[in-house]
Design a protein around this ligand. Sequence first.
Ligand code: SF4
Length: 347
Amino acid sequence: MMIKFLGEYRDGRVVYYIDDDLPVFGYIAFGVIDRGTNVLQVRPTTICPQNCIFCSVDAGLKSEHRWAEYIVKPDLLIRGVEEAIEEKGCSVELLIDTIGDALTYPYLTELISRLKKISGVRAVALETHGLLLSRKLIDKLNEAGLDRINLSLETLNPEKAKYLYGNTAYDVKKVVDSAEYAVKETHIDLHVTPLWLPGVNDDDLVNVINWALKIGAGKRWPPVTVQKFIKHKYGRGKSLKEVSWREFWGFIDKLEVKLGVRLRWSMEEWGMHYAKRIHPVLRRGDFIEVEALARGWLRGEYLGKYANKALVTLLPRPGLKISPGSTYLVRVLDTKDNLYIARVEKQ
Ligand code: SF4
C-alpha cells in the first residue's frame, strides 16, 4: 500500500498515512534521521495543533507553504531504529522531534513502548509545545516508558501564551500543571527549552527558567536550555527580531549571572557523542531514476522513492508536471545527513 490518502486537512493540505513498506531514511518530514551522533531523531507525524508566530517549519492551523501532512505507521520507525543501531554499532538515545507536535501522533504510547524494547535504546525523549499535555497523558507516557519531555515554553503568561502559540485553546496553567506532575509523580524527566524572542519574551524567560528550576526539572538531564530564534525561508516570524550568535550568547551569559544558574551544557553532560553514520545511499551529482509517490510537505515539492533504498525530496523543473506513480530521471543536489534532495530533469 505504501501511502494512503487519509483526507483533506486545512487550506487544501492533504494527509497521507505512510505504511511500513517504504524506505525510512532520506526525508526531512518523517522517518528516522541520523546526524552522526548517538542521538537519532524519530519523526512519526507532521501534524500540529498550534500556530506559533515564530514556527520555523510553518506547521499548524494556518500554513502558507505546506500542501501535505503525514502520519507514519509505527512499524516503519521501529525498523528504521533497529537498522540504524545495527549499522552504527552503538547504543542510542531517541528523540521524537517532529516538524509538528509529537503529542498529536495517534500511536504515540505504542511507539514509545516498542522503541524502549529495542536492544541498544538507552532512552526515549520527545519534544512538544505542550497544548495537548494533561495528567492523564503524562500517566500513559510514563507507563509506556518515556524518559524525558523537552518542553518548549516561552512564557507563563496565559494571554501571551495564547498569542504566541496562535491558539486560544492553549492553557498555559494546564501545561505547567502537567509538567510539574511529570517531574514530581513519574519517572519522566523534564527539560525546558524556551525560545528567546528578543523584545517579546525577555522577562518571561526569567520566569520560565525560575519555574523550571523550582519544580525540579533536570532529574537526569540538564534542566533548561534557551534556544535562539532563527528566521527560516519557509518559517513564520518574518517580522520578529533575529540577533547574531554573539548577541545571543551575551544575553545567555548575563542571564546566567543574573539568575545564578547554568544554561550551557556540553555534549558529555547530555550523554552525547559523535558516532558512525549510517551508510549513504546517494551522492551529490548522482543521476538516478526515482519514483514519485505523493506530494512533498512543501507546496510544489514531491516525495520520491529511490529503488526501495531511500526517500527523496523531488524539486520539479519549472513547467514539468509530476504525476505520482511515474518514474523520473533526477539529479541529486544535496545529501547532508543522508537527507536527499533532487531536481527532476525529465520523465
Ligand atoms: S513551533 Fe512547534 S508547536 Fe508551534 S506551530 Fe511550529 S511545530 Fe507547532
